[in-house]
Design a binder for this molecule. Structure first.
Ligand SMILES: Cc1cc2nc3c(=O)[nH]c(=O)nc-3n(C[C@H](O)[C@H](O)[C@H](O)COP(=O)(O)OP(=O)(O)OC[C@H]3O[C@@H](n4cnc5c(N)ncnc54)[C@H](O)[C@@H]3O)c2cc1C
Length: 525
């Protein structure tokens, strides 16, 4: 049984904690009196998909798994970016699919794609529905209908190879269920994005997701050793060895393909043993620049941490990700910049690495502030999306964007994006940032904004986001480190990969999906 998210909110609202009084007072102090925003009832247009397609889908997956009712279609409309939530809350469900089709096997996926091609129906693969870049809002003009291909029934742990330390999973498995199944074998994937509670294995592969423990476990695409993909022109099965020199690595065409080239129907990932010990601790730095230099020193030291992140001054003070901290009881830093360093693994190895990193950070002038901030971060790591809903309820716009660059460009990128967001939000606003996902050569910068909502908060965000994206492109940084391209970032993709790169993507699309039924308007410019 699929765990469904609320159509207008993140996750299960019953799991959300109420906004602490102190947080509400802080919100009013920064943004003025709360202006609660009402939700408007939404009506869906009647489904318009050819009967012949519906019949073919019935034949492919069975009657019970072709759904045209409003409630199901509502739950498969767009993803969970703030504009997605704001539009849904305002009653705008214009991107709702005409039908939701739920295949249970690879062959059923193939049969649905054949029917979609025959009847020229657009197909939107749907994993966990946590997308924040418009990747579930495909173009529907020119098609006879648009269906959501819900992969939730493809939810098996297919195989564990404890010798090679790999596991093969179906794409519709949500991350917590995948971890639970693997824990039964004493194993973990180690992929814990903030969307962990609802995102799926297929979605991670399709967006090249990166989790909060990426310093230790790596990005999701780096964990994938094999994939199976159903495309309208045939099945691709890739990954026969841990590494190869058999020409360009075609797995990389699948990872990050966002449903535009095919439907991922199985993913084999490298797994690790469930760690014996987990330790997360805090360090304080006088400034973001000094903290960033320390993060770089750790990343380039060869001393592996599992988690390594650093908040800038504003984020350290506000600590938006932890409502208790806003309330003054979370034990987090309120001056300087807070770094969280985490270690997972066998106890001896953790002790050894921790001692070495402690020596390095102490020599660099960091102040160890103990395990409380690390525990507060661990406790609050999946709560921020619920906090976003509480703030939206009060008329505060909250949204995030992320990018990455080489270490030599980090300072300029930070200033340019922060400046663009502050200038273009037009209302009292806070812009917070943290460094996360660190590499020897650079890191990702993750920005969170909180601003008083204007009369048109979707356009308010877009004005700021456009300016930030232009700034990112001008700095030569990436338009996405882990949220992917979707429809939202597509206008900036050519700036990143050039006209030849765009032609390659179009050529691959033309080869695998000549009728263009897969996620039209997503990813490929
Ligand atoms: C609150 C919040 C926090 C987030 N935090 C993180 C984070 O820490 N790190 C991170 O990387 N991302 C994060 N994200 C973004 C999002 O969770 C990731 O992009 C995630 O990988 C999407 O997985 P999903 O299963 O929800 O995919 P979906 O949202 O269902 O789909 C995403 C895209 O992939 C396509 N797709 C899905 N499944 C398949 C498949 N089997 N075959 C082909 N195409 C497919 C879809 O058509 C769509 O274009 C966050 C999002 C939210 C809302």
């Amino acid at each position: 049984m699929t765990r469904e998210m609320h159509p207008l909110r993140w996750g299960d609202p019953a799991a959300a904690s109420p906004l602490p009084e102190g947080a509400r007072a802080l919100v009013e102090a920064v943004f003025g009196p709360a202006e609660p925003h009402a939700e408007r009832p939404s009506a869906l247009a009647a489904p318009s998909v050819p009967d012949e397609f519906v019949q073919a889908a019935h034949a492919a997956v069975g009657h019970d798994h072709v759904l045209l009712d409003d409630d199901t279609r509502r739950l498969r409309t767009r993803g969970k970016s703030t504009p997605d939530l704001l539009r849904a809350r305002a009653g705008d469900l214009a991107d709702a699919p005409d039908a939701v089709v739920r295949p249970g096997t690879h062959d059923e996926v193939v049969a649905v794609l054949e029917a979609a091609v025959e009847h020229h129906v657009a197909v939107v693969p749907f994993g966990g529905g946590t997308c924040v870049t418009g990747g579930l809002a495909a173009r529907r003009d020119g098609y006879s209908g648009l269906v959501s291909l819900d992969l939730a029934r493809l939810d098996r742990l297919v195989e564990v190879d404890p010798v090679s330390m790999t596991a093969t999973l179906e794409p519709g498995l949500r991350a917590p269920e995948a971890e639970e199944l693997l824990a039964g074998h004493g194993l973990t994937i180690g992929h814990f994005p903030q969307s962990f509670e609802y995102a799926s294995i297929g979605g991670f592969a399709a967006t090249r997701s990166s989790g909060q423990a990426s310093a230790g476990y790596g990005r999701f695409d780096a964990m994938v050793v094999a994939v199976t993909v159903a495309t309208p022109t045939g099945t691709l099965q890739l990954g026969t060895s841990p590494a190869n020199a058999a020409g360009p690595d075609l797995r990389q065409l699948v990872l990050g393909s966002e449903g535009a080239f095919g439907v991922i129907t199985s993913v084999t990932v490298r797994v690790r043993k469930v760690p014996e010990v987990k330790v997360y601790e805090g360090w304080r730095w006088p400034s973001f620049a000094e903290g960033t230099a320390a993060v770089r020193a750790v990343a380039q030291s060869g001393l592996q941490t599992t988690v390594l992140r650093l908040s800038d001054e504003t984020e350290s003070a506000v600590n938006l990700a932890d409502p208790d901290a806003i309330n003054g009881s979370g034990g987090s830093s309120t001056d300087g910049c807070l770094m969280v360093v985490g270690f997972e693994g066998d106890s001896d190895l953790v002790a050894e690495r921790r001692a070495a990193v402690t020596r390095l950070l102490t020599d660099l002038g960091g102040e160890a502030v103990g395990e409380d901030p690390g525990r507060a971060w661990e406790h609050g790591r999946f709560r921020a999306p619920y906090l976003r809903d509480s703030l939206l309820d009060l008329g505060v716009l909250v949204e995030t964007l992320e990018t990455a660059t080489f270490w030599s460009g980090v300072e300029n990128l930070y200033a340019a994006v922060k400046g663009a967001l502050e200038t273009h939000l037009d209302q009292p606003a806070l812009v917070l940032c943290h460094v996360s996902h660190v590499y020897e050569t650079g890191c990702s910068l993750y920005f969170t904004v909180a601003a008083k909502q204007s009369a048109d908060p979707v356009e308010q965000w877009w004005r700021a986001k456009r300016a930030a994206m232009d700034a990112i492109a001008a700095q030569g940084a990436t338009i996405s480190h882990h949220h992917a391209v979707g429809t939202d970032h597509r206008p900036w993709l050519e700036a990143e990969i050039g006209t030849v790169g765009v032609r390659i993507l179009r050529a691959v699309k033309a080869e695998l999906d000549p009728a263009g039924v897969l996620n039209p308007g997503v990813l490929v410019p």
